[in-house]
Design a protein. Structure first.
Length: 79
């Protein structure tokens, strides 16, 4: 089955956080809401997705460099 991924779609995905990757982990620990930010075909003719995790937690203070997008509570309830 082929899925036509579109920006704005929300799906469940075992997202691997950067800090988990830095620790040598290779898979996300649990499925979490993840939004499709971009879907494109690259020069190598492969399909790629840019996925962004959705979480209720603020980043730890030592991760101030992380980019954040805030959603309203009502929107998060929709997930």
């Amino acid at each position: 089955m082929s899925i036509d991924f579109r920006p704005g779609m929300v799906l469940r995905y075992p997202y691997l956080w950067h800090w988990q990757d830095a620790r040598g982990e290779s898979e996300g620990r649990k499925d979490r809401p993840t939004t499709v930010a971009a879907a494109f075909v690259a020069r190598d003719n492969q399909n790629y997705l840019l996925l962004l995790p959705v979480t209720t937690r603020l980043p730890a203070p030592n991760r101030d460099h992380d980019t954040k997008v805030y959603f309203t509570y009502a929107w998060s309830e929709h997930l």
